[in-house]
Write a protein that binds this ligand. Structure first.
Ligand SMILES: [Zn+2]
Length: 230
């Protein structure tokens, strides 16, 4: 399952998913902070994907309680879809069919449609059913989480923890075979090299050798070319 990224630099949940006081609110509301764009905070793509719906041109604070206002809907991998709602009129930079990348700025926050004050209404769908965004969304190193939000909702932190099921180990000696395209062993490296970094998006692992108590990068190998020695 891909890991979504919170669509704001500063993360503060002002209304949770189906809370006791709002059982029909199948989304989270995210607030703003003066240091990070205030009421017009930039909104970013939660993951790579394709834009499948854009609504723009709606005014703020409409009285019709079913009107979400200006929004972007994105289809991601693994059956996930996200919606970014109440966006600032005229701020949307993408159109239907565009391919977006995780972290790309898409629009600005505001209060278009039925909204009391500026905020981002963010919902996540799995195979067409609304799910709790905090189960699928992670905060990253370049984001700031409001302390109350962190405590109350125990948000998940993103870590590059695995390349695939075979290479989960970090900073640990494991013997590795270099293999050819047919899967045949070319050479075995053992006990000397450590996996010091995993790069899931590049499908590589970095092997380093320990010399004088320092790791020195020895090679960056594609996971298709290596195999753990069993
Ligand atoms: Zn909401």
């Amino acid at each position: 399952m891909i890991k979504l990224k919170y669509p704001l630099k500063y993360i503060a949940i002002t209304s949770g998913y189906r809370s006791k006081s709002r059982p029909n609110h199948a989304a989270i509301d995210l607030g703003w902070n003066n240091k990070y764009g205030g009421q017009n905070a930039p909104i970013y793509a939660p993951a790579n994907g394709k834009v499948i719906l854009v609504v723009d041109g709606k005014n703020n604070n409409l009285q019709n309680s079913t009107d979400p206002g200006n929004l972007i809907k994105i289809q991601h991998l693994d059956g996930l879809t996200t919606r970014l709602i109440h966006l600032k009129k005229g701020s949307i930079k993408v159109k239907v069919g565009d391919i977006v990348t995780k972290g790309q700025q898409l629009a600005l926050m505001n209060s278009s449609g039925y909204a009391l004050g500026s905020h981002l209404h963010y919902d996540v769908w799995l195979n067409g059913i609304k799910v709790n965004p905090i189960d699928y969304t992670y905060y990253h190193d370049d984001q700031i989480v409001n302390l109350d939000t962190l405590k109350t909702y125990q948000l998940k932190k993103y870590q590059e923890e695995e390349v695939n099921s075979e290479f989960k180990l970090y900073d640990k000696v494991i013997p590795i075979n270099l293999i050819n395209w047919q899967g045949k062993k070319i050479k075995q490296y053992d006990k000397v090299y450590y996996i010091t970094k995993l790069e899931p998006e590049r499908k590589t692992v970095v092997l380093s050798a320990l010399r004088n108590n320092k790791y020195q990068i020895w090679a960056r190998l594609n996971i298709n070319n290596i195999q753990k020695v069993s």
